[in-house]
Write a protein that binds this ligand. Structure first.
Ligand SMILES: NC(=O)c1ccc[n+]([C@@H]2O[C@H](COP(=O)([O-])OP(=O)(O)OC[C@H]3O[C@@H](n4cnc5c(N)ncnc54)[C@H](OP(=O)(O)O)[C@@H]3O)[C@@H](O)[C@H]2O)c1
Length: 285
C-alpha cells in the first residue's frame, strides 16, 4: 500500500540502486530519489534505469550535474562550463529513460571560491542559464542548486542585480551543520525567495551513523516526553528543522533503517528546544 509522502528522499550516493529497497520505499510512502551524474563512477543513472525502469516513474527524481570524468581515470573534475552541463543533462535524461523532475547544479561553490565577486556572479549566471535552457527544452522539469557550502554561492548572488531563479535548493541539514553554513543556507533561501516546500535537505548524518559521537548523544530534550525514538531517528527528524526543509535526502541500503526514518518523520519536535539550540550555536566560537 502506498502511504502519504513523508518527505524522505532516498539518496543513491553510497550504494547501487536496489530493486527490493525501491519497492519497499514506495510501500512506505518514500517517493523521492536523489542521484547525480557522477555517482558510483558515473554509472548510477544507467543502473537505476536497468534495475527499476518500471518504478522510476513513481518517484520524484532529482539528479545533479557539475562533475565530469577526468579522462585519465582519476577523480572526477568539477566544472561549470555551460556546454558540459547541457551535455550532462541531455545524457542524464537519456540514461535514466525519463526527464528528471529536478536537475541541480552540483556544488557550484567549488568553481566560485577565490574568484572576484563579479566574475563569480557571471560564472554562476552562465551555468544557471544552461540549466534553465534544459528546462525550456524539456530535458528536465525544474532546476536548482545543490550546495555543501552555500557561502560562495550567496556571495556571488548578492553581487549584482541580474536575477537567477533556481526552483529548488538542496542544502546540508541536521545537527552536524555548523552555524555559519546554516546561516548562509537560510540567507540564500531568503534572497532567492525559495518557498519552504522548495527547500530540501541532505546528508542528515554527514555520511555515517557509526561515528562514536552519535552514540554519546542524548537528543531527548528536543522531543516531548512521550516520544520514543533512537538517536538516528531523532537526528533525522531534526534535520527537517536545521535549516527548515520539506524533504531530506538520506542514504541507506537497509530496509529496516528506511522504515525507522519514515517513522521518525512523525515525531513531534519541541520548537523552543530547536530555537535554543540555534541561539547557542549562533553564539559559538
Ligand atoms: N553536495 C551534494 O549534492 C550532496 C552531498 C552529500 C549528500 N548528498 C545527498 O544526500 C544523500 C545522503 O547523504 P550522505 O550520503 O552523505 O549520507 P547520510 O544520509 O548523512 O548518512 C548515511 C548513513 O546513515 C546510515 N543510516 C541511515 N539511516 C539509518 C538508521 N535509521 N539507523 C542507523 N543508521 C542509518 C546509513 O547506513 P545504512 O546503509 O546501514 O542504513 C549510512 O551509512 C546522498 O545520497 C545524496 O543524495 C548530496
Amino acid at each position: 500500500m502506498c502511504r502519504a509522502d513523508r518527505g524522505v528522499v532516498l539518496g543513491l550516493h553510497r550504494s547501487d540502486p536496489d530493486r527490493a529497497l525501491l519497492e519497499h520505499a514506495l510501500n512506505l510512502g518514500v517517493s523521492g530519489i536523489d542521484t547525480a551524474y557522477n555517482y558510483r563512477g558515473f554509472t548510477t543513472h544507467r543502473a537505476l534505469a536497468r534495475t527499476a525502469a518500471d518504478l522510476i516513474g513513481d518517484f520524484t527524481l532529482s539528479t545533479k550535474v557539475g562533475y565530469f570524468p577526468s579522462g585519465t581515470g582519476e577523480r572526477p573534475v568539477h566544472s561549470l562550463d555551460p556546454d558540459r552541463l547541457r551535455a550532462a543533462v541531455e545524457r542524464s535524461a537519456e540514461d535514466l529513460g525519463r526527464s528528471p523532475d529536478v536537475v541541480f547544479l552540483h556544488n557550484p561553490e567549488l568553481a566560485l571560491t577565490g574568484l572576484d565577486p563579479a566574475e563569480a556572479r557571471e560564472k554562476l549566471a552562465v551555468a544557471s542559464m544552461a540549466l534553465a535552457d534544459s528546462v525550456r527544452s524539456g530535458l528536465c522539469k525544474a532546476w536548482g542548486i545543490a550546495t555543501w557550502d552555500p557561502r560562495p554561492v550567496r556571495a556571488a548572488i548578492e553581487h549584482g542585480a541580474a536575477s537567477l531563479q533556481p526552483g529548488f535548493l538542496l542544502l546540508r541539514a541536521g545537527l552536524t551543520v555548523a552555524a555559519p553554513i546554516l546561516d548562509a543556507a537560510e540567507h540564500l533561501c531568503r534572497i532567492l525567495d525559495i518557498a519552504p516546500e522548495k527547500r530540501w535537505g541532505m546528508s542528515p548524518f554527514s555520511g555515517t551513523t557509526t561515528d562514536p559521537a552519535w552514540s554519546a548523544l542524548d537528543l531527548r530534550a528536543f522531543f516531548a516526553a512521550d516520544q520514543e525514538c533512537s538517536t538516528p531517528q531523532a537526528a533525522f527528524r531534526l534535520a527537517y528543522e536545521l535549516p527548515q526543509v520539506s524533504r531530506v535526502a538520506v542514504s541507506t541500503s537497509n530496509s529496516t533503517h528506511l522504515q525507522e526514518l519514515v517513522a521518525a518523520t512523525r515525531l513531534t519536535i519541541r520548537g523552543e528546544a530547536v530555537s535554543r539550540y540555534r541561539n547557542l550555536v549562533d553564539k559559538g566560537p
